[in-house]
Write a protein of this length. Sequence first.
Length: 411
Amino acid sequence: MDSPEIPGPRKLVLGGKTYYPSPGAHLKFPQAQAEKRWERGLIRENPKTGALEYWVEDKDYENLDSNWTDIPGYTFKTGYPTENAEKLLRRVIEAGSQPNDLVMDFFVGSGTTAAMAQYLGRRWIGCDINKGAIQTTSKRLQTIILDQIGAEKKKSQQKELLPNNEKPAPIQLSFATYRVNDYDLQIQHNEAVNLACEHIGITRTKADSFFDGTLGNKLAKIVPFNHALTLMDLEEVRKELEARPGETRDITVVSLGKETAVDAWVEDWNRLRKKGNLPNKINVIELRTDPKYGKFFEHKPAEAKVKIQRTSGKIIVDIKDFISPTVIERLKQQAGVLAPEIDDWRAMVDSVMIDTSYDGKILEVAYSDVPQKKDALVSGHYEFDSLKKPTTVAIKITDVLGEELIVARKV
Protein backbone atom coordinates (compact mmCIF):
# COMPACT_ATOMS: atom_id res chain seq x y z
CA MET A 1 0.00 0.00 0.00
CA ASP A 2 1.41 3.40 -1.00
CA SER A 3 2.06 5.87 1.80
CA PRO A 4 -0.03 9.09 1.69
CA GLU A 5 1.57 12.01 -0.10
CA ILE A 6 3.06 14.57 2.29
CA PRO A 7 1.92 18.11 1.47
CA GLY A 8 4.40 20.82 0.54
CA PRO A 9 6.56 21.75 -2.47
CA ARG A 10 8.54 18.95 -4.13
CA LYS A 11 11.66 21.10 -4.48
CA LEU A 12 13.08 24.56 -3.83
CA VAL A 13 15.70 26.50 -5.77
CA LEU A 14 17.61 28.76 -3.40
CA GLY A 15 20.97 30.41 -3.99
CA GLY A 16 21.28 28.62 -7.32
CA LYS A 17 20.97 25.22 -5.68
CA THR A 18 18.05 22.77 -5.75
CA TYR A 19 16.82 21.26 -2.49
CA TYR A 20 14.52 18.25 -2.13
CA PRO A 21 12.64 17.16 0.98
CA SER A 22 14.08 14.37 3.06
CA PRO A 23 12.26 11.02 2.98
CA GLY A 24 9.09 11.24 5.10
CA ALA A 25 9.39 15.04 5.40
CA HIS A 26 8.25 18.06 3.41
CA LEU A 27 9.49 21.56 2.61
CA LYS A 28 7.75 24.13 4.80
CA PHE A 29 7.39 27.09 2.42
CA PRO A 30 6.50 27.53 -1.26
CA GLN A 31 9.14 28.96 -3.60
CA ALA A 32 8.25 32.67 -3.31
CA GLN A 33 8.07 32.71 0.50
CA ALA A 34 11.22 30.60 0.79
CA GLU A 35 13.14 33.07 -1.41
CA LYS A 36 12.18 35.99 0.84
CA ARG A 37 13.22 34.12 3.97
CA TRP A 38 16.46 33.00 2.29
CA GLU A 39 17.31 36.63 1.49
CA ARG A 40 16.66 37.62 5.09
CA GLY A 41 18.78 34.78 6.44
CA LEU A 42 15.81 33.03 7.99
CA ILE A 43 16.40 29.91 5.89
CA ARG A 44 19.93 28.55 5.46
CA GLU A 45 21.77 25.39 4.51
CA ASN A 46 23.29 23.38 7.33
CA PRO A 47 27.02 23.30 6.45
CA LYS A 48 27.40 19.77 7.78
CA THR A 49 24.26 17.98 6.56
CA GLY A 50 23.36 20.15 3.54
CA ALA A 51 19.72 20.23 4.70
CA LEU A 52 17.69 23.38 4.99
CA GLU A 53 17.25 24.93 8.41
CA TYR A 54 14.42 27.29 9.37
CA TRP A 55 14.34 29.94 12.08
CA VAL A 56 11.16 29.21 14.02
CA GLU A 57 11.23 32.69 15.62
CA ASP A 58 10.08 34.10 12.28
CA LYS A 59 6.51 32.95 12.64
CA ASP A 60 3.81 35.46 11.66
CA TYR A 61 1.06 33.50 13.36
CA GLU A 62 0.20 32.14 16.78
CA ASN A 63 -1.23 28.73 17.54
CA LEU A 64 -4.32 29.13 19.72
CA ASP A 65 -6.70 26.68 21.31
CA SER A 66 -10.18 27.42 22.67
CA ASN A 67 -8.80 28.83 25.93
CA TRP A 68 -8.38 32.59 25.50
CA THR A 69 -7.91 33.48 29.14
CA ASP A 70 -4.71 35.32 28.20
CA ILE A 71 -6.98 38.26 27.28
CA PRO A 72 -9.47 39.85 29.70
CA GLY A 73 -13.02 39.51 28.41
CA TYR A 74 -14.19 42.97 29.42
CA THR A 75 -12.71 46.41 29.76
CA PHE A 76 -14.07 49.67 31.12
CA LYS A 77 -12.55 52.14 28.69
CA THR A 78 -15.82 53.88 27.81
CA GLY A 79 -17.74 53.02 30.97
CA TYR A 80 -20.10 50.71 29.07
CA PRO A 81 -20.92 47.75 31.38
CA THR A 82 -20.28 44.92 28.90
CA GLU A 83 -17.56 46.44 26.70
CA ASN A 84 -15.27 43.77 25.27
CA ALA A 85 -11.50 44.26 25.39
CA GLU A 86 -10.03 45.76 22.20
CA LYS A 87 -7.30 43.11 22.16
CA LEU A 88 -9.94 40.36 22.18
CA LEU A 89 -11.93 41.91 19.33
CA ARG A 90 -8.76 42.50 17.33
CA ARG A 91 -7.90 38.81 17.59
CA VAL A 92 -11.39 37.77 16.50
CA ILE A 93 -11.46 40.18 13.54
CA GLU A 94 -7.96 39.34 12.33
CA ALA A 95 -8.61 35.61 12.64
CA GLY A 96 -11.94 35.73 10.84
CA SER A 97 -11.51 38.34 8.11
CA GLN A 98 -9.15 40.08 5.71
CA PRO A 99 -8.73 43.83 5.04
CA ASN A 100 -11.73 45.23 3.10
CA ASP A 101 -14.00 42.43 4.39
CA LEU A 102 -17.31 43.33 6.05
CA VAL A 103 -17.64 42.92 9.84
CA MET A 104 -21.14 43.03 11.34
CA ASP A 105 -22.04 43.40 15.02
CA PHE A 106 -25.74 42.95 15.77
CA PHE A 107 -25.37 44.23 19.36
CA VAL A 108 -22.87 47.06 18.90
CA GLY A 109 -22.94 48.34 22.50
CA SER A 110 -20.09 50.80 22.98
CA GLY A 111 -18.77 50.15 19.45
CA THR A 112 -15.58 48.20 20.20
CA THR A 113 -16.11 45.80 17.29
CA ALA A 114 -16.76 48.63 14.83
CA ALA A 115 -13.81 50.60 16.23
CA MET A 116 -11.37 47.71 15.78
CA ALA A 117 -12.76 46.96 12.31
CA GLN A 118 -12.15 50.60 11.38
CA TYR A 119 -8.60 50.43 12.75
CA LEU A 120 -7.91 47.17 10.89
CA GLY A 121 -9.08 48.33 7.46
CA ARG A 122 -12.38 46.43 7.45
CA ARG A 123 -15.80 47.72 6.48
CA TRP A 124 -18.39 47.41 9.24
CA ILE A 125 -22.08 47.55 10.13
CA GLY A 126 -23.27 47.97 13.71
CA CYS A 127 -26.81 47.54 15.02
CA ASP A 128 -28.38 48.23 18.40
CA ILE A 129 -31.86 48.80 19.74
CA ASN A 130 -30.53 51.17 22.41
CA LYS A 131 -30.16 54.82 21.36
CA GLY A 132 -27.50 55.37 24.01
CA ALA A 133 -25.40 52.63 22.41
CA ILE A 134 -25.78 54.24 18.97
CA GLN A 135 -24.70 57.64 20.31
CA THR A 136 -21.72 56.17 22.21
CA THR A 137 -20.59 54.25 19.13
CA SER A 138 -21.08 57.23 16.81
CA LYS A 139 -18.94 59.53 18.94
CA ARG A 140 -16.26 56.86 19.28
CA LEU A 141 -16.11 56.25 15.53
CA GLN A 142 -16.17 59.97 14.74
CA THR A 143 -13.10 60.46 16.93
CA ILE A 144 -11.28 57.50 15.36
CA ILE A 145 -12.05 58.64 11.81
CA LEU A 146 -10.94 62.18 12.63
CA ASP A 147 -7.62 60.76 13.85
CA GLN A 148 -7.28 58.66 10.71
CA ILE A 149 -7.95 61.67 8.50
CA GLY A 150 -5.14 63.48 10.27
CA ALA A 151 -2.93 60.43 9.96
CA GLU A 152 -3.51 60.27 6.22
CA LYS A 153 -2.45 63.91 5.92
CA LYS A 154 0.53 63.70 8.26
CA LYS A 155 1.64 60.08 8.32
CA SER A 156 5.12 60.93 9.52
CA GLN A 157 3.80 62.83 12.54
CA GLN A 158 0.90 60.58 13.49
CA LYS A 159 1.54 58.05 16.26
CA GLU A 160 0.58 54.42 15.62
CA LEU A 161 -3.10 53.63 16.21
CA LEU A 162 -2.29 49.91 16.54
CA PRO A 163 0.85 48.86 18.44
CA ASN A 164 3.46 46.41 17.18
CA ASN A 165 2.09 45.89 13.66
CA GLU A 166 1.82 48.09 10.60
CA LYS A 167 -1.82 49.13 10.38
CA PRO A 168 -3.87 48.72 7.18
CA ALA A 169 -5.11 51.85 5.46
CA PRO A 170 -8.66 52.83 6.51
CA ILE A 171 -11.22 51.53 4.03
CA GLN A 172 -13.76 54.27 4.85
CA LEU A 173 -13.58 57.74 6.35
CA SER A 174 -17.28 58.36 6.95
CA PHE A 175 -20.42 56.53 8.03
CA ALA A 176 -24.17 57.04 8.25
CA THR A 177 -26.75 56.18 10.90
CA TYR A 178 -29.99 54.58 9.75
CA ARG A 179 -33.20 54.28 11.74
CA VAL A 180 -35.27 51.27 10.69
CA ASN A 181 -38.57 49.54 11.50
CA ASP A 182 -39.88 52.22 13.90
CA TYR A 183 -38.06 50.40 16.67
CA ASP A 184 -39.08 53.02 19.26
CA LEU A 185 -42.67 51.84 18.99
CA GLN A 186 -41.75 48.17 18.93
CA ILE A 187 -39.64 48.07 22.08
CA GLN A 188 -41.69 50.58 24.06
CA HIS A 189 -45.16 49.17 23.51
CA ASN A 190 -46.70 50.72 26.61
CA GLU A 191 -45.43 54.19 25.67
CA ALA A 192 -46.57 53.67 22.09
CA VAL A 193 -50.05 52.59 23.22
CA ASN A 194 -50.34 55.69 25.38
CA LEU A 195 -49.32 57.92 22.47
CA ALA A 196 -51.75 56.18 20.09
CA CYS A 197 -54.59 56.44 22.58
CA GLU A 198 -53.93 60.15 23.09
CA HIS A 199 -53.71 60.72 19.33
CA ILE A 200 -56.95 58.87 18.54
CA GLY A 201 -58.87 59.81 21.69
CA ILE A 202 -59.15 56.37 23.29
CA THR A 203 -59.98 56.24 26.99
CA ARG A 204 -57.84 53.56 28.65
CA THR A 205 -59.56 50.76 30.60
CA LYS A 206 -57.15 48.99 32.90
CA ALA A 207 -59.74 46.58 34.29
CA ASP A 208 -60.25 44.85 30.91
CA SER A 209 -57.70 42.09 30.26
CA PHE A 210 -58.23 42.07 26.47
CA PHE A 211 -59.50 45.42 25.19
CA ASP A 212 -57.32 48.48 25.82
CA GLY A 213 -60.07 51.04 26.27
CA THR A 214 -63.04 52.72 24.62
CA LEU A 215 -63.42 55.10 21.69
CA GLY A 216 -66.77 56.79 22.21
CA ASN A 217 -69.21 53.90 22.65
CA LYS A 218 -66.90 51.36 20.97
CA LEU A 219 -64.40 48.96 22.50
CA ALA A 220 -60.81 49.55 21.34
CA LYS A 221 -58.16 46.90 20.78
CA ILE A 222 -54.56 47.96 19.99
CA VAL A 223 -52.57 45.30 18.18
CA PRO A 224 -48.89 45.20 19.29
CA PHE A 225 -46.85 47.43 16.99
CA ASN A 226 -44.13 44.82 16.41
CA HIS A 227 -46.24 43.26 13.65
CA ALA A 228 -48.92 44.20 11.15
CA LEU A 229 -52.58 43.33 11.75
CA THR A 230 -53.16 39.71 10.71
CA LEU A 231 -56.16 37.41 10.33
CA MET A 232 -54.99 35.67 13.50
CA ASP A 233 -55.37 38.95 15.43
CA LEU A 234 -58.92 39.30 14.12
CA GLU A 235 -59.68 35.71 15.06
CA GLU A 236 -58.56 36.52 18.61
CA VAL A 237 -61.07 39.39 18.66
CA ARG A 238 -63.78 37.02 17.40
CA LYS A 239 -63.00 34.44 20.12
CA GLU A 240 -63.07 37.13 22.80
CA LEU A 241 -66.49 38.32 21.63
CA GLU A 242 -67.81 34.74 21.64
CA ALA A 243 -66.73 34.54 25.29
CA ARG A 244 -68.79 37.68 25.97
CA PRO A 245 -72.26 36.87 24.61
CA GLY A 246 -73.80 39.91 26.32
CA GLU A 247 -71.37 42.39 24.73
CA THR A 248 -73.20 44.59 22.19
CA ARG A 249 -70.66 47.33 21.50
CA ASP A 250 -68.83 47.65 18.18
CA ILE A 251 -65.05 47.24 18.02
CA THR A 252 -62.23 49.51 16.85
CA VAL A 253 -58.95 47.74 16.09
CA VAL A 254 -55.81 49.91 15.95
CA SER A 255 -52.71 48.61 14.16
CA LEU A 256 -49.42 49.57 12.58
CA GLY A 257 -49.77 48.06 9.11
CA LYS A 258 -52.13 45.29 8.01
CA GLU A 259 -52.10 42.21 5.82
CA THR A 260 -53.86 42.44 2.45
CA ALA A 261 -56.45 39.83 3.50
CA VAL A 262 -57.60 41.91 6.48
CA ASP A 263 -59.93 44.23 4.53
CA ALA A 264 -61.83 41.32 2.95
CA TRP A 265 -62.22 39.58 6.34
CA VAL A 266 -63.56 42.74 7.99
CA GLU A 267 -65.91 43.43 5.05
CA ASP A 268 -67.38 39.89 5.27
CA TRP A 269 -67.69 40.15 9.06
CA ASN A 270 -69.53 43.48 8.94
CA ARG A 271 -71.80 42.35 6.08
CA LEU A 272 -72.99 39.39 8.17
CA ARG A 273 -73.50 41.71 11.18
CA LYS A 274 -75.61 44.10 9.11
CA LYS A 275 -77.57 41.35 7.40
CA GLY A 276 -78.46 39.67 10.69
CA ASN A 277 -78.78 42.91 12.62
CA LEU A 278 -76.01 41.68 14.94
CA PRO A 279 -73.74 43.77 17.19
CA ASN A 280 -69.93 43.92 17.28
CA LYS A 281 -69.15 45.48 13.92
CA ILE A 282 -65.38 45.96 13.47
CA ASN A 283 -63.59 49.09 12.28
CA VAL A 284 -59.83 49.17 11.63
CA ILE A 285 -57.60 52.21 12.16
CA GLU A 286 -54.26 51.66 10.44
CA LEU A 287 -51.94 54.33 11.81
CA ARG A 288 -49.94 54.83 8.60
CA THR A 289 -52.74 55.31 6.08
CA ASP A 290 -55.98 56.12 7.92
CA PRO A 291 -57.36 59.37 6.42
CA LYS A 292 -58.29 60.77 9.85
CA TYR A 293 -55.60 59.39 12.16
CA GLY A 294 -52.74 58.64 9.76
CA LYS A 295 -50.74 61.69 10.85
CA PHE A 296 -49.63 59.73 13.93
CA PHE A 297 -46.55 58.72 11.93
CA GLU A 298 -46.02 62.00 10.15
CA HIS A 299 -42.30 62.64 10.28
CA LYS A 300 -41.01 66.19 10.09
CA PRO A 301 -37.33 66.23 9.08
CA ALA A 302 -34.77 68.45 10.72
CA GLU A 303 -34.11 71.85 9.16
CA ALA A 304 -31.05 74.08 9.20
CA LYS A 305 -30.17 77.58 8.09
CA VAL A 306 -26.58 77.44 6.80
CA LYS A 307 -24.48 80.16 5.14
CA ILE A 308 -21.52 79.07 2.99
CA GLN A 309 -19.38 81.69 1.26
CA ARG A 310 -15.92 82.48 -0.11
CA THR A 311 -14.18 85.50 1.31
CA SER A 312 -10.55 86.63 1.75
CA GLY A 313 -9.18 83.35 0.44
CA LYS A 314 -11.30 81.34 2.84
CA ILE A 315 -14.41 79.16 2.70
CA ILE A 316 -16.55 80.16 5.65
CA VAL A 317 -19.38 77.98 6.95
CA ASP A 318 -21.87 79.42 9.44
CA ILE A 319 -24.76 77.41 10.85
CA LYS A 320 -27.24 80.13 11.75
CA ASP A 321 -30.03 77.95 13.09
CA PHE A 322 -31.09 74.32 13.45
CA ILE A 323 -34.30 72.67 14.58
CA SER A 324 -35.12 69.00 15.05
CA PRO A 325 -38.90 68.37 15.38
CA THR A 326 -38.08 64.86 16.65
CA VAL A 327 -36.05 66.26 19.56
CA ILE A 328 -38.74 68.85 20.31
CA GLU A 329 -41.43 66.16 20.37
CA ARG A 330 -39.37 63.95 22.68
CA LEU A 331 -38.84 66.87 25.07
CA LYS A 332 -42.58 67.54 25.05
CA GLN A 333 -43.25 63.95 26.07
CA GLN A 334 -40.81 64.24 28.96
CA ALA A 335 -41.94 67.71 30.05
CA GLY A 336 -45.65 66.90 30.19
CA VAL A 337 -47.80 70.03 30.17
CA LEU A 338 -44.79 72.37 30.15
CA ALA A 339 -43.55 73.45 26.73
CA PRO A 340 -39.81 72.80 26.25
CA GLU A 341 -37.54 75.81 25.93
CA ILE A 342 -34.29 75.58 23.95
CA ASP A 343 -32.28 78.79 24.13
CA ASP A 344 -29.42 77.59 21.89
CA TRP A 345 -29.99 75.45 18.78
CA ARG A 346 -26.60 73.81 19.39
CA ALA A 347 -28.09 71.95 22.37
CA MET A 348 -29.97 69.77 19.86
CA VAL A 349 -26.83 68.92 17.86
CA ASP A 350 -24.60 65.93 18.55
CA SER A 351 -21.98 66.54 15.85
CA VAL A 352 -21.12 68.42 12.65
CA MET A 353 -19.17 66.85 9.76
CA ILE A 354 -17.90 68.88 6.80
CA ASP A 355 -16.69 67.79 3.36
CA THR A 356 -15.11 70.64 1.37
CA SER A 357 -15.11 68.70 -1.93
CA TYR A 358 -18.37 66.77 -1.86
CA ASP A 359 -19.07 64.58 -4.92
CA GLY A 360 -22.78 64.23 -4.16
CA LYS A 361 -22.48 60.57 -3.18
CA ILE A 362 -19.99 59.92 -0.40
CA LEU A 363 -19.25 62.37 2.40
CA GLU A 364 -15.46 62.40 2.85
CA VAL A 365 -15.05 64.12 6.20
CA ALA A 366 -12.47 66.92 6.07
CA TYR A 367 -13.46 68.37 9.43
CA SER A 368 -15.38 66.94 12.37
CA ASP A 369 -16.84 68.91 15.28
CA VAL A 370 -17.62 66.39 18.03
CA PRO A 371 -17.81 67.86 21.56
CA GLN A 372 -15.88 65.66 23.99
CA LYS A 373 -17.55 66.90 27.18
CA LYS A 374 -21.21 66.38 28.05
CA ASP A 375 -21.89 70.09 28.56
CA ALA A 376 -19.89 71.22 25.48
CA LEU A 377 -21.57 72.41 22.27
CA VAL A 378 -20.55 72.43 18.63
CA SER A 379 -19.01 75.64 17.29
CA GLY A 380 -21.30 76.39 14.34
CA HIS A 381 -18.62 78.57 12.68
CA TYR A 382 -15.91 76.99 10.52
CA GLU A 383 -13.19 78.34 8.21
CA PHE A 384 -11.14 76.51 5.58
CA ASP A 385 -8.49 77.45 3.05
CA SER A 386 -10.26 78.26 -0.20
CA LEU A 387 -9.72 76.06 -3.26
CA LYS A 388 -9.01 77.92 -6.51
CA LYS A 389 -11.62 76.08 -8.54
CA PRO A 390 -15.33 75.84 -7.66
CA THR A 391 -16.19 73.17 -5.14
CA THR A 392 -19.23 71.77 -3.36
CA VAL A 393 -19.21 72.03 0.42
CA ALA A 394 -21.43 69.61 2.36
CA ILE A 395 -22.32 69.89 6.04
CA LYS A 396 -23.82 66.89 7.85
CA ILE A 397 -25.56 67.82 11.10
CA THR A 398 -26.55 64.98 13.43
CA ASP A 399 -29.00 65.70 16.24
CA VAL A 400 -28.82 64.16 19.72
CA LEU A 401 -31.22 61.38 18.69
CA GLY A 402 -29.10 60.34 15.70
CA GLU A 403 -31.13 61.90 12.89
CA GLU A 404 -28.96 63.36 10.12
CA LEU A 405 -29.35 66.36 7.81
CA ILE A 406 -26.99 67.16 4.92
CA VAL A 407 -26.79 70.65 3.43
CA ALA A 408 -24.65 71.06 0.28
CA ARG A 409 -23.77 74.25 -1.61
CA LYS A 410 -21.47 74.99 -4.53
CA VAL A 411 -19.06 77.87 -3.97
